[in-house]
Design a binder for this molecule. Structure first.
Ligand code: AMP
Ligand code: MG
Length: 402
């Protein structure tokens, strides 16, 4: 049995970064940048008005009301490119360039423009620089604004668009195949017969794989039959980068997943992790395809996928951050640790009336209790051998992907 941190280290060591794809900006959401993003212009590209109003010289309006002659208009996309002198004002719109000679913008609400007079009355003084965003005050041309390895989310898109990245390089998507094993399994569309249950793991694994940014193929259900498992695994490894199985890795007489991996010549990097739930997790490689043999219980599948498989899929895309977002929270009720194993227990996060983040462990019916798990938003980390961790203690953990 190896510690979780070591298992993750081993996974990352064996997860090679794939090549990059050149894609169009609208397709970039949720991908990982494979190039640094460099500003091709200053931001703002010119001194820019932040308000609708009048460009003025602050000194001209030190005493108010002040009467100024309107000498022009500067609109967004159609600036007034002359020099503005003392005693003059230029009507200006948000986003428009501020004329040379002006050093402040007074907002329209604090002015009065009598009809047809060609003048404006400035009702309140403004300090120099008011409502002007100076050229390059946000970003200088040539600056690196985002780095390879960062996630592209909705917040990132404006930066990519503004600096002209109509196409950009992102990490290739790993191709994942998921395969549930167990003679008891039937598909969701079927009514389970005697001794049978519906498969949920293939669908869970498909969902988490998509959240980790990879493409996924669900393989047909495989019974607990060594030859059948081998046949299916063999076809899967031919056209995927990662094969994820669930079930058949424990000590039962019909647990053949590991045997089948080995029959196919797999190198096994680990096969037991000091983790609850998820101790019998297997990680290895057949040819170039990484293989993860996850346990069968649905909660174990969710935990082990997110600790190990997700890290591999993100590393393969070149992500600089491969683990789930971490958190520190106040424990909502007493929990027990597990002998010799670190626990990752499902919890619901909430904020209490003092603003503290509370992690409320879900009712733990064991690693088969997927209905309790359905409301979890986080996993909390309980050290091995902890006899009792009391409500009110500070615990660390991670957020489940959403
Ligand atoms: P195993 O790891 O194969 O011993 O399975 C452990 C438990 O998880 C057993 O109760 C299985 O019936 C259950 N299980 C295994 N695979 C699945 C699956 N694909 N969907 C739902 N439950 C499963
Ligand atoms: Mg089984």
């Amino acid at each position: 049995m190896i510690p979780i941190s070591q298992a993750i280290q081993i996974v990352l060591q064996h997860s090679p970064k794939l090549a990059s794809d050149e894609i169009a900006l609208p397709d970039a959401l949720n991908r990982i940048l494979a190039e640094d993003i460099v500003a091709d212009s200053d931001l703002p590209p010119f001194d820019r008005a932040q308000m609708d109003g009048y460009a003025v010289r602050a000194a001209d309006v030190a005493n108010t009301p002040a009467q100024l002659k309107i000498v022009g208009e500067s609109a967004a996309g159609a600036g007034w490119h002359h020099e503005m002198n003392s005693g003059e004002a230029v009507r200006i719109m948000t986003g428009a360039p501020v004329p040379i000679g002006a050093d402040a913008v007074q907002q329209v609400e604090l002015t009065r423009e009598p009809n047809g007079a060609g003048t404006v009355e400035i009702l309140e003084s403004v300090e120099t620089g008011r409502s002007i965003v100076k050229q390059a005050s946000e970003i200088k041309s040539g600056e690196t604004v985002l780095r390879a390895g960062e996630d592209i989310n909705a917040q990132t898109i404006a930066t990519l668009a503004s600096f002209g990245y109509s196409h950009l390089k992102v990490g290739q998507l790993p191709r994942v195949a998921v395969m549930a094993t167990g003679t008891e399994l039937v598909d969701v569309s079927e009514k389970p017969g005697r001794d049978q249950i519906r498969d949920s793991n293939n669908y869970t694994l498909e969902a988490y794989t998509k959240l980790a940014g990879a493409t996924v193929k669900r393989l047909p259900l495989a019974g607990d039959d060594r030859e059948e498992l081998k046949r299916q695994m063999e076809t899967a490894v031919d056209d995927c980068d990662v094969l994820v199985t669930s079930g058949g890795v424990s000590m039962g007489v019909y647990d053949f997943t590991k045997t089948a991996f080995k029959d196919l010549g797999a190198e096994i990097f680990f096969e037991r992790v000091a983790l609850r739930p998820g101790k019998p997790t297997v990680f290895g490689r057949i040819g170039k395809t990484l293989i993860f043999g996850l346990p069968g219980n649905p909660v174990s599948v969710a935990v082990t996928f997110n600790l190990f498989v997700r890290a591999a899929l993100r590393a393969m895309q070149g992500a600089s951050e491969t683990s789930l977002p971490g958190l520190t929270a106040v424990l909502g009720k007493n929990v027990k640790g597990s002998k010799d194993r670190e626990s990752y227990l499902p919890a619901i996060l909430r904020t209490d009336e003092n603003g503290s983040l509370i992690a409320e462990p879900v009712k733990w019916g064991g690693s088969s209790d997927f209905v309790s798990f359905a409301r979890a938003t986080a996993l909390i980390n309980i050290p091995a051998d902890a006899k009792k961790v009391s409500a009110g203690s500070i615990v660390s953990g991670c957020r489940l992907p959403a």
